[in-house]
Design a protein around this ligand. Structure first.
Ligand SMILES: Nc1nc2c(ncn2[C@@H]2O[C@H](COP(=O)(O)O[C@H]3[C@@H](O)[C@H](n4cnc5c(=O)[nH]c(N)nc54)O[C@@H]3COP(=O)(O)O)[C@@H](O)[C@H]2O)c(=O)[nH]1
Length: 763
C-alpha cells in the first residue's frame, strides 16, 4: 500500500533521485518516472535549447512490457515518429494537448506506434514560459492516460527545475567543447606556425608598424648579418646593407599606406657567400577592426628557377644563333644573309645608293678536301671566313651560303671603283699562303659580282647574276673577279652549276638507265643492248650523259656513277635472263677514269657476284682514245677482264689514233664504228672507205663489228652489204626505259620500230 509523502519528503526524495547525475541521466530518469505509470506506453522529454527543440530522451515498452530508454538528445526535426506540429504547438501555446483515438488516427499511422489509442502533451514552465514538454502515448483510451497524467503532478512540478538543469548542463558542455576546440585550434595553429617558421625554406616575417620584426622564420639565420638569435626583435637596418634596408623599408611603408600587396625580386647574400634571388611578397596585416597593424613578408628562394630560366634563355639565344649562323665558320648563314640583304636593299632603295653582292667560290676546293681530308678542308673554310671578315668593313655582311661558297654584301656603294678595289683586295688576301695541318696551302677564289639596281632588284636575281659572273670568273682561269654583264650566257655556267647537283644525284636516286638494242643486220635478231645513263634532274629535267659524264669524269664523280650504272645494268640483265627474255649481251660504257681504277676488275667481279649475272652476258665498252692512251695498262686491265669471261668492245672506233700493234694485243671481241662515219656513209666516199676499212680490219682480227648511229634504212642496207655484223641506232630503236624495252617483247622476241620490221622481213 502506497503511503502519502509529505512535500519535504518528496523534495528530498527527488533530490536524492537526481543528485550527481549528468543531463542525460536526468532526462532518462524523468522519462523513466513517467513510464512508471502503466497507462503510458511511450514517453519522451523535449527541451527547448537555444530556440530549438531537442528530444532528449525517449522511453518505450519492449516486448516484455519493460521500459527501454533511449537518450537521443537529437533535434526534433531530425526525428520521425513524433507529432511535430502538436509538440511545437505545446511550446507555442503553453497548454497541455490531449489526443484521443480519433485524433491519433488523424495523426497517421507512421507517427505513433501501432496500437496507440491516446497521447498527451504536457508543457513544463519556467517563469510562465514553456521550456520543456513531455510527450506521452498510451495503448489505452484517453481517460486512462489523463488519470496517469494527473498522478504525475509531482514529476511535473520538479521538471521545471530539472529541465533548467539539463539546459545549463548542456550549455556548459557545449561551452567546454567550444573551449576545447578553440584550444585545440590554437594549439594547431601554433604548431603549424612553429613548423612553418622552423622548417619553411622561405623567409617569413611579420613587422609592426615601426618596422620591428615580431615574428620571423628560422631561414633568416641563413642570411649574412643575421646572427643565431634570428631576425626577431631586429629591424631591416640591423640586417641588410643600408641601401637594401632603405628600399625594403620604403616598400613596407608603401604596403602600410596603400594597404596593398607588393611583389618584387631581390638578391640576398647567404652566410656561405652564395648570392640568392628571392621573390618577395609583402602584404598588410589587419586586426578585426580592419586597421593595419603590421606587414607580413614572404620571400621565396627562386635562385634555381632563375638559373633554369637563364639557362633556357641562353639556350634559346644559342639556338637562335645556330639557326642564323654557320656552325663551322660562325658566319651568318643563308637565312641571315637573306635577312641582311633584304634590309640592305631597302636601305639602298631609300638612300638611292647601290649595293654590291659578291659571290666567292674557292677554286679547286674539292681537290684540297680530297687530298688533305675533310678536317683540313674545314680549317681552310674557317681561315677563309676570317680573312673575308678582315677584308671588309664592319657594316658589310660576310656569309657562308654552303660548301665552299661565300657571299659578301657591300652597302652604300657610290663608286664601282670601290667594289673593284675590295674585290682585288680579297683576291690578294685570300691568295696568301695558309698553314693548314702542317701543310702550306695556297688557294684562290673566283668572284662574281652583281650590283643593285643595275643587275637586279631582288636577292634571287642578284644571286643568280652574281653566280653567272662567278662561273665566268672560273671560266676565265679562276682567281679573278667578273662583274655581271647583261649578255653573259648562262650555258657554260649551267654546266658548272651541275657539279654540286651531280654530287647528290646518285644518293638521291636521280640517275636512270635507258637501253638501246643492237641488232644483227642480216637476221634482224636482237644481239645485245647498250645501257645508257640519264640524269633525271629535279629542276632541269632529263640531262644528257654527253653533258654530265665529262663533268663526272673531271670531278672524280665518275667512280660512284660508273659503279652504279654497272650494278644496275647487271641487275637488269639478270632479271631479263631470269624472265626468259632473249636480250643478248648487256653493253656498259666505261669512262677512262673508271677503267683506270686499279681495282676495277675486282669491282666488276664483285658486282657480278652480287647480282648473280654470268660474266658472258656482260660487255664492256671503252673508247678508242681511252684504250690507246696508256695502251700497256689497258692490255693488263683488259686481260684481267677477259679472263673473267667478259666480252670487250672498243667504242667510237675511227675517231682516235689507233696503233695497230697495240690493237692486235688487246684481248677484245668487238669494234664499234663511230656514228660520225655512218651519218654520210652513202654520200661521203671517205666515210664509206673508213667504214669499209674498219669492217675489214675487224673481220681480219676475228672481231665482230657494230655500226653506231644507224638512222636510215639505206645506211643499214649499205652496212649489211659491206658485211657489218650489227647495227645500233634510231632506225631500230631509240634508247628505251626498261619498261618500254620490255613492252617491245613479243613472247621471247624483241619487236623493232615499224620501218625495221620491213627490213627484218627481207631477212
Ligand atoms: N662512261 C659512260 N658514258 C656513258 C654512259 N651512258 C652514256 N654514255 C656516253 O654518253 C654519251 C652520250 O650518250 P647518249 O646521249 O646516251 O647517246 C647515245 C645514244 O643515244 C646515241 N645514239 C644512238 N643511236 C643514235 C642515232 O641513230 N642517232 C644519233 N644521233 N644518236 C644516236 O649515241 C650514244 C651512244 O654512244 P656510244 O656509247 O658511243 O655507243 C655517249 O658517248 C655515251 O657513250 C655511261 O653509263 N657511262
Amino acid at each position: 500500500m502506497q503511503t502519502k509523502l509529505t512535500a519535504v519528503e518528496l523534495i528530498k526524495r527527488f533530490q536524492r533521485l537526481f543528485t550527481d547525475l549528468n543531463h542525460k541521466q536526468i532526462a532518462e530518469r524523468l522519462v523513466k518516472l513517467v513510464m512508471a505509470k502503466p497507462a503510458v506506453s511511450r514517453a519522451a522529454l523535449i527541451i527547448e535549447r537555444d530556440r530549438r527543440l531537442f528530444v532528449e530522451s525517449i522511453a518505450r515498452l519492449n516486448a516484455q512490457k519493460q521500459p527501454e530508454i533511449d537518450t537521443v538528445a537529437t533535434a526534433l526535426n531530425k526525428l520521425r515518429g513524433f507529432p511535430h506540429n502538436q509538440i511545437e504547438r505545446v511550446f507555442a501555446e503553453g497548454q497541455p494537448i490531449a489526443l484521443d483515438s480519433s485524433a491519433i488516427v488523424r495523426l497517421g499511422h507512421d507517427i505513433t506506434p501501432k496500437g496507440t489509442r491516446s497521447a498527451y502533451l504536457y508543457p513544463i514552465f519556467e517563469h510562465d514560459k514553456p521550456i520543456a514538454a513531455f510527450y506521452l502515448e498510451s495503448q489505452d483510451d484517453l481517460p486512462a492516460l489523463e488519470r496517469s497524467v494527473q498522478e504525475l503532478d509531482t514529476v511535473w512540478a520538479f521538471s521545471g527545475l530539472l529541465a533548467r538543469q539539463i539546459i545549463e548542463m548542456w550549455r556548459h558542455d557545449e561551452q567546454s567543447e567550444r573551449h576545447r576546440l578553440a584550444e585545440q585550434a590554437l594549439w594547431a595553429s601554433e604548431t603549424y606556425l612553429h613548423a612553418i617558421l622552423h622548417h619553411s625554406p622561405a623567409l617569413i616575417s611579420v613587422k609592426d608598424l615601426n618596422g620591428n620584426v615580431v615574428l620571423a622564420s628560422e631561414h633568416y639565420k641563413q642570411l649574412q648579418n643575421v646572427d643565431e638569435q634570428g631576425f626577431v626583435g631586429k629591424n631591416v637596418f640591423d640586417v641588410y646593407p643600408k641601401e637594401v634596408a632603405q628600399a625594403l623599408w620604403d616598400i613596407d611603408l608603401a604596403t602600410q599606406d596603400k594597404q596593398q600587396t607588393f611583389e618584387t625580386e631581390l638578391e640576398l647574400m647567404h652566410k656561405d657567400g652564395s648570392l640568392h634571388t628571392y621573390l618577395m611578397v609583402k602584404f598588410p596585416l589587419r586586426n578585426p577592426n580592419n586597421d593595419v597593424f603590421g606587414v607580413c613578408t614572404i620571400c621565396t628562394d627562386i635562385s634555381e628557377r632563375k638559373l633554369a630560366e637563364n639557362a633556357l634563355r641562353e639556350q634559346q639565344s644559342r639556338l637562335n644563333y645556330m639557326a642564323f649562323h654557320d656552325s663551322l665558320t660562325a658566319l651568318p648563314n643563308r637565312s641571315l644573309f637573306y635577312d641582311r640583304i633584304y634590309h640592305g636593299l631597302a636601305r639602298a632603295q631609300r638612300s638611292n645608293s647601290k649595293l654590291a653582292l659578291m659571290l666567292l667560290d674557292i677554286d679547286r676546293f674539292k681537290n684540297i678536301n680530297d687530298s688533305l681530308g675533310h678536317d683540313s678542308g674545314d680549317l681552310l673554310l674557317k681561315a677563309i671566313a676570317m680573312r673575308l671578315n678582315e677584308g671588309v668593313r664592319d657594316m658589310d655582311t660576310v656569309a657562308r651560303l654552303g660548301g665552299d661558297e661565300f657571299v659578301v654584301v657591300l652597302e652604300g656603294v657610290h663608286d664601282m671603283e670601290d667594289v673593284v678595289f675590295i674585290a682585288n683586295k680579297l683576291l690578294v688576301t685570300l691568295a696568301r699562303p695558309l698553314e693548314i695541318a702542317g701543310h702550306e696551302i695556297t688557294t684562290t677564289v673566283s668572284i662574281g659580282v652583281s650590283v643593285y639596281p643595275d643587275d637586279g632588284t631582288d636577292t634571287d636575281e642578284l644571286l643568280k647574276n652574281a653566280d653567272i659572273a662567278m662561273y665566268k670568273a672560273k671560266e676565265a682561269g679562276k682567281n679573278n673577279c667578273q662583274f655581271y654583264a647583261k649578255g653573259m650566257s648562262a650555258t657554260a655556267v649551267n654546266y658548272l652549276l651541275l657539279e654540286n647537283d651531280l654530287r647528290r644525284a646518285v644518293e638521291q636516286e636521280q640517275l636512270i638507265l635507258h637501253y638501246q638494242p643492237q641488232i644483227d643486220l642480216k637476221t634482224g635478231e636482237l644481239m645485245g643492248v647498250e645501257a645508257l645513263v640519264r640524269w633525271q634532274h629535279p629542276e632541269r629535267g632529263l640531262v644528257s650523259p654527253a653533258h654530265f659524264i665529262p663533268l663526272a669524269e673531271e670531278t672524280g664523280l665518275i667512280a660512284p656513277i660508273g659503279e652504279w650504272v654497272l650494278r644496275q645494268a647487271c641487275y637488269q640483265q639478270k632479271r631479263w635472263l631470269d624472265s626468259g627474255k632473249k636480250v643478248g649481251r648487256m653493253a656498259v660504257n666505261l669512262s677512262p677514269r673508271q677503267f683506270r681504277q686499279r681495282n676495277f676488275p675486282e669491282k666488276v667481279e664483285s658486282i657480278l657476284r652480287e647480282t648473280g649475272l654470268p660474266a658472258e652476258y656482260l660487255e664492256l665498252e671503252i673508247t678508242e682514245s681511252c684504250a690507246m692512251e696508256h695502251a700497256g695498262e689497258t692490255i693488263n686491265q683488259l686481260k684481267q677482264l677477259n679472263q673473267m669471261g667478259l666480252y670487250l668492245a672498243i667504242d667510237d672506233f675511227g675517231t682516235g689514233y689507233s696503233s695497230l700493234a697495240y690493237l692486235k694485243r688487246f684481248p677484245i671481241q668487238k669494234l664499234k664504228i663511230d656514228s660520225s662515219f655512218i651519218h654520210d656513209i652513202q654520200s661521203d666516199p671517205n666515210d664509206a672507205a673508213i667504214a669499209k676499212s674498219i669492217i675489214g680490219l675487224a673481220h681480219n682480227m676475228q672481231l665482230s663489228v657494230v655500226a653506231e648511229g644507224v638512222e636510215k634504212p639505206a645506211q643499214s642496207d649499205w652496212l649489211c652489204d659491206e658485211g657489218c655484223d650489227q647495227g645500233q641506232g634510231f632506225l631500230f630503236s631509240k634508247p628505251l626505259t626498261a619498261r618500254q624495252f620490255e613492252a617491245r617483247f613479243v613472247g621471247k622476241h624483241f619487236a623493232f620500230d615499224g620501218n625495221v620490221v620491213k627490213l627484218n622481213a627481207l631477212a
